[in-house]
Design a protein around this ligand. Structure first.
Ligand code: PHE
Length: 343
C-alpha cells in the first residue's frame, strides 16, 4: 500500500476520533502514542521511499505524530471538562453546610469598644502606645515623686535588672507621650493594658485595662470635665444614670476626683463590685497639674486641661454579671463562647 495514502488515512482517523470515557481515551493513546503505536512502523518505510520524496515523507510523518499528540490532549481536556459538568450536576444543594466556628469578642473588648465609640462621637481621637514604658513617662513626667509608693518594686513590675524600664502601671504614660509630640488643642483617648504587682484574687489582678482621656486647650474647666464624664456615664450605663464625684488625690491632677456610677445592690455581682454601697467606682479624673504640662513642654499659663482614667474590667463584670475577675484572663473557651452573640 502507498505509504503516503496510509499517512493520509491515519490522519483522517485521528482527526475524527471522539471519546466518551477514559477507557476510549486510553485506547486512543495506546493506538497512536503507545510504545507499539501504529505510526512507528511507518518510520521504517523511509528507506523504501524514493530519494526525492524522502523529505516530503518525513515532514508528513512528523505532522501525523504531532497531530496525534494534539488530538490526545484535546480529547483529554474535553473529557475532564464534561466529567466536571457531570459532577456539578450531582451536587446536593439541600445538604446542610459545614458550620464554620467563628470566634467571639472578649467581654473586655466589647466594653472597651463601646467606650471608645462614645468618646469618638464627641471628637476624641484614639492614641495607642507601648506597654513596656520608661520610668520617666510613667512616673516622672506625671509628677510622681521619687519616693512615691507606686514606684516601689512592691507595686510595679520593672524589667529584669532595670530601674528605667517597667510595665506601665496606668495609661497615663500615654498622656506624657502625646503632650511631648502634639500641640494643643489635644483631645485624645488611650485604651490599653496596664500592669500592677498585686496579689491575684476575685477582685484584683496583676493585669487589667484602662482608657485614658486627655483634653487640653485654652480655658478648659472642671465643669467641662464634669459635663463630659456625665455624658459618658449616660451613654454607657443608661440615661437615668446617677453619678457622683468624690474628692481624691493623684500626683498628676489638681484638683482630683473619683467618679462612681449608681448600680444598686440588686444582684450578687453588683453587691460585691460596689462593696455593698451600690456605687461602682468607674474612673479617676482631675485637672491636669501645671507641673505635668510644664514637664511635657506645654505652657501652663496659657493652657489648662482635664484627664481621666477609666477602669474597664469592673464595668465588664457588672455588664455581664461576672463575679470573678480571673475569668477574664484565663481564656477558658467555655466562658468565652458565651459572648458569641454580643457585638
Ligand atoms: N492613672 C490613674 C489610675 O490609674 C487614673 C487617672 C487618670 C486619674 C487620669 C486622673 C487622671 O488610677
Amino acid at each position: 500500500m502507498d505509504v503516503f495514502k496510509k499517512i493520509q488515512e491515519l490522519l483522517e482517523d485521528i482527526e475524527q476520533t471522539m471519546v466518551e470515557n477514559a477507557d476510549e481515551l486510553e485506547k486512543f493513546r495506546i493506538l497512536y502514542l503507545g510504545t507499539k503505536n501504529c505510526i512507528k512502523p511507518l518510520f521504517a518505510e523511509m528507506r523504501n521511499v524514493a530519494n526525492e520524496q524522502k523529505k516530503d515523507f518525513g515532514q508528513k510523518l512528523n505532522h501525523l505524530k504531532t497531530s496525534a499528540e494534539a488530538r490526545y490532549k484535546l480529547l483529554k481536556e474535553g473529557l475532564t471538562e464534561s466529567q466536571g459538568g457531570e459532577e456539578k450536576k450531582q451536587i446536593d444543594l439541600t445538604r446542610p453546610v459545614k458550620t464554620q466556628a467563628l470566634g467571639s469578642r472578649h467581654p473586655v473588648s466589647i466594653v472597651m469598644n463601646q467606650m471608645i465609640t462614645i468618646f469618638e462621637r464627641i471628637g476624641f481621637v484614639v492614641e495607642e502606645d507601648r506597654e513596656i514604658e520608661e520610668d520617666w513617662y510613667n512616673f516622672t513626667a506625671m509628677n510622681t515623686p521619687e519616693d512615691h509608693p507606686a514606684r516601689d518594686m512592691q507595686d510595679t513590675f520593672y524589667l529584669k535588672d532595670s530601674t528605667k524600664y517597667l510595665l506601665r502601671t496606668h495609661t497615663s504614660s500615654v498622656q506624657a507621650r502625646v503632650m511631648m509630640n502634639q500641640k494643643p488643642p489635644i483631645r485624645i483617648i488611650a485604651p490599653g493594658r496596664v500592669y500592677r504587682n498585686e496579689t491575684i484574687s476575685a477582685r484584683s489582678h496583676c493585669q487589667f485595662h484602662q482608657i485614658e482621656g486627655l483634653y487640653i486647650d485654652k480655658g478648659v474647666s472642671f465643669a467641662d470635665m464634669k459635663q463630659t464624664l456625665h455624658y459618658f456615664a449616660k451613654e454607657m450605663y443608661g440615661h437615668e444614670t446617677k453619678i457622683r464625684l468624690r474628692p481624691s488625690f493623684f500626683p498628676f491632677t489638681e484638683p482630683s476626683a473619683e467618679m462612681d456610677v449608681w448600680m444598686g445592690t440588686d444582684t450578687d455581682t453588683t453587691y460585691r463590685l460596689t462593696k455593698g454601697t451600690g456605687w461602682l467606682e468607674v474612673l479617676g479624673c482631675g485637672m491636669v497639674d501645671p507641673n505635668v504640662l510644664e514637664n511635657c513642654g506645654i505652657d501652663s499659663e496659657v493652657y489648662t486641661g482635664f484627664a481621666f482614667g477609666i477602669g474597664i474590667e469592673r464595668s465588664a463584670m457588672q455588664r455581664f454579671d461576672i463575679s470573678d475577675i480571673r475569668l477574664l484572663f484565663e481564656n477558658d473557651v467555655r466562658f468565652l463562647n458565651q459572648f458569641r452573640s454580643v457585638l
